[in-house]
Design a protein around this ligand. Structure first.
Ligand SMILES: C[S@@+](CC[C@H](N)C(=O)[O-])C[C@H]1O[C@@H](n2cnc3c(N)ncnc32)[C@H](O)[C@@H]1O
Length: 188
């Protein structure tokens, strides 16, 4: 499966977090071909319970996207489709499907930048349960200065981490190897 996470085996880290935190309700924003989805769902399967809602625009996203059928094929190949619900739609509009404080594990990977993360947290913070775990693609200095972030003058992700909306409510740790991944925990 094509994914920027494969080089550093971040899938193993994602699966390990699902095993340790034992979430009931997981949501993923942005799946591409399903590399991260498969690892979240594998963790759920090994836990023996839990669900993963996978939200993606698929063919409606003009840039780096994949087809829904590719995701379905990969979930089936790894025998985790029973744990997954696929929702074709916007990461922002589909949040209203979830009750407040109902999401235990959120993975956000939708061409993240600082402003995009601010928008995600505006919509999803209230949906998170106390102690929820949030994984965010990016967070390193190197990721904040890649070509498209600089060319389009995107707000650095690390600037978002300095805002009260984030730092007053979440602990976080960044794994630096590119593209980097941030593990956050909502304070109880
Ligand atoms: C970098 S890829 C996700 C990579 C994936 N998590 C992995 O493990 O390789 C970004 C995905 O976000 C989706 N996307 C971008 N903007 C979105 C939005 N506003 N709502 C839902 N999905 C979005 C794209 O269609 C694409 O599949």
């Amino acid at each position: 499966m094509k994914s920027s996470y494969t080089d550093n085996n971040y899938g193993e880290l994602i699966e390990a977090l699902v095993r340790v935190y034992q979430p009931q309700t997981c949501v993923e924003l942005g799946c591409l071909e399903g590399y991260s989805s498969v690892h979240i769902a594998r963790g759920l399967k090994r836990n023996g319970f839990g669900t993963l809602a996978i939200i993606d625009l698929f063919e409606d996203y003009a840039f780096n996207s994949s087809e829904q059928t590719v995701l379905q094929k990969n979930l089936a190949q790894y025998e985790v489709e029973a744990y997954c619900e696929i929702i074709k739609g916007s990461a922002f509009d589909e949040a209203n499907r979830f009750a407040n404080q109902s999401v235990d594990f959120l993975h956000a990977d939708i061409s993240n930048d600082g402003e995009r993360l601010q928008q995600i947290f505006n919509v999803w913070s209230a949906k998170l349960s106390a102690g929820a775990v949030i994984l965010l693609e990016g967070g390193s200095k190197e990721r904040d200065t890649i070509e498209w972030m600089t060319r389009f003058k995107k707000k650095p992700i690390r600037e978002f981490y300095e805002t009260p909306a984030f730092k007053d409510h979440f602990e976080h740790f960044v794994f630096d190897p590119f593209p980097s991944i941030t593990i956050c925990k909502k304070r109880a």
